[in-house]
Design a protein around this ligand. Sequence first.
Ligand SMILES: Cc1cc2nc3c(=O)[nH]c(=O)nc-3n(C[C@H](O)[C@H](O)[C@H](O)COP(=O)(O)OP(=O)(O)OC[C@H]3O[C@@H](n4cnc5c(N)ncnc54)[C@H](O)[C@@H]3O)c2cc1C
Length: 557
Amino acid sequence: MEDLSTRRHQIFPVLSPDQIEMARRFASGEPVRFSPGEAIYSVGDRQAPAWLVIEGSMEVYRHEGLSGEAPITCHGVGQLSGEVNQLSGRPTLAGARAGQTGCTAMPFDAAHLRALVIGSAEVGEVIMRALILRRVNLIDTGAGSVLIGIAGNAALARLQGFLTRGAFPYTVLDAAIEGEGKALIDRLGIQAAELPLMVCPNGTILRNPSDAEAATCLGMTPDLPLGKIYDVAIVGAGPAGLATAVYAASEGLSVIVLDERAVGGQAGASSRIENYLGFPTGISGQALAGRAYNQALKFGAEVVLPVAVEDLVPAQRTGSFLSLALAGGRRVEARTIVVASGARYRRPEIDGIAAFEGNGISYWASPIEAKLCAGQDVVLVGGGNSAGQAIAFLAPQVSKLHLVVRRALEETMSRYLIDRIKALPNVVFHLNCEVDAIEGNAAQRLCSATVRNRRDGSMAQLPLHHLFLFIGADPNSGWVRDHIRTDPKGFIITGQGFDAAGEQTRRPLPLETSLPNVFAIGDVRAGSTKRVAAAVGEGAAVVAQIHLALHHIGARR
Ligand SMILES: Cc1cc2nc3c(=O)[nH]c(=O)nc-3n(C[C@H](O)[C@H](O)[C@H](O)COP(=O)(O)OP(=O)(O)OC[C@H]3O[C@@H](n4cnc5c(N)ncnc54)[C@H](O)[C@@H]3O)c2cc1C
C-alpha cells in the first residue's frame, strides 16, 4: 500500500490565480455562494459537480463505519473538490459543506471537468493526479461501502474481490464480533443466509448482493441513454478493450465499453506483470487496469459493468446500425463493434469441482485469496507463466505450496519465473502429475486432492483447503459465433474476407471479422500473441481501422 502522507500537496493541490482564471473558462455554470455550514453535496449524490473554491472554504467529509463521519480536508481558495467518480457523474464517495465563513465556488459537471482535464495539459495533470490519489486515499482509509459478514465466508470474499478489482473503497465489519455491524444485524433480524450485508455509501442496505446488484447501488452500471448510437461499442474491458477505449475516445469518437465482470480482464488477475514495457519493477494487473480505466474515463468513454453481452445483432439493412443484446434485455447500438472479450480460464474435468469454486478453488491469486490461505498448505495446478507468477506471490505467504504440473516447466514457463520458484524453499514439485479427484468434508470445505502420477499411475493424497488452477484459457467467443467466422478452437478470424450477403464495396481491414464493421482484437483473435502488450497494441491499431470503416459508412449514407 502506498504511503500517501508525503503526497498531501498532490492530493489537495492549490491552483494559482492564473490557473483559476484558466479553469474558469471550462466551468459548467456561474459561481455559487453557499452560506456557512450549507450542504454542497452529500455522500452518494449522483451527477454532483466538482467545485472550485474561489472565496471562503469548503469542508469535505466521508462516512466512518455505519454511523460516524470523518473529516477529509478543508478546501480553500484554488482547491477543487471531487475524486475519479466525478469524471463520469457517478455517486460521490464524500460529502461537502461550506466552511465557517461560507464559500463561493464554480461548478464543473462531468463533461466540463473532463474538458478541463483534457483542455489544459498543466492544470489537467495536477487535477487528474489529485482525483486518482484521492480515490487511493479513500481506499486506504476505508470510506465507501461497509460490508458486514463472517470472516472467511465465500460470498464475502467474492464481494471483496469485486470491489477491490473495481477500485471501490470498503470496510469490513465482522458479524460475529460485538460492535455496530453485529448490532445492525440484530436490529434488522438478518439471517445467516442473508450475509454479507452491504451498506452502500448512500445508506442503501443490500442483503448478500450479487456483483451486479452491488455495482448498480454504487452507480457502476448507469442507465444507458435510449436511442444513442455510439461510434464504437467495445465488448470487454481487458487490456485490449481499455486500450481501444482510450485511443478511440481521445480521438473524439463516442465510445461505450461493456464488461461482464470488472476492468482488467485476465491481466487484472495477475499479481505482478514484469514484462510490460516501461515498468522495470513490475506492476500488478489491477494497478495497470485501474490506470487505464481512469484514462478511458478522462477521455469520456462510458464504461459499464458488470453487464454480459449475450448477442451481436447484425445491421438489418444498408444504413442501419449494429447492435449488442445485453443481459436483462437492454440493447446498445453502434456503427462499429470491437470484440475484445479475451479468454476464460479452463476448468479441468474433475468431479464436484463446481461446488468448491469460490469456496476453496480459485482461478486467480489476489491478496484476498492469499489472506484466506495464509499459513496453510495449498495446491496449485499449472505450468505456464500465469502459474509461475501466482506461485512467486503465494508461496511466501503459505506454509507449503504443492505444484502439480503435467510437463517439464521448461516447456511452458519463462526462465526467470522457473529460477524464481525453484529458489522458493516451500514449493514441492509434483512433475508429470495431475489432480485426479478432490474431496470435501462434512462442512462442505475442500479438504484434500488426489494427485496421479501420469508416468507410473501412482496416487498421492494431499491435504488442503485451497486449490489454485492455472491451466490455460479458451476464447470467449461463444456469444458471437453465430455471426462471425472462427477457427476450430473458437478464436475469431480477422482480415480474411466478409461472409455477409449483400453488396460489399471494400475488403476487410486487417483486424476486421467476417462481418463488416465488427473487429476482433486481443486474446480472442485467432493468431494473436497472448500478452498484455500485444492486446494493447491491437487496441491502438484497431482505432485507425475504425476511422477508415466510419469514413466508408459515412460515404455510403
Ligand atoms: C494470471 C495471469 C497472468 C498473466 N500475466 C501476464 C504477464 O505477466 N505478461 C503478459 O504480457 N501477459 C500476461 N497474461 C496474459 C494477459 O493477461 C492477456 O494476454 C491479456 O489480458 C489479454 O487481454 P484481452 O483484453 O484480449 O482479454 P482479457 O484480458 O481476457 O479480457 C477480456 C474481457 O472481456 C470480458 N468479457 C468476455 N466475454 C464477455 C461478454 N460476453 N460480455 C461482456 N464482457 C465479456 C471479460 O470479463 C474480460 O474482462 C496473464 C494472464 C493471466 C490469466
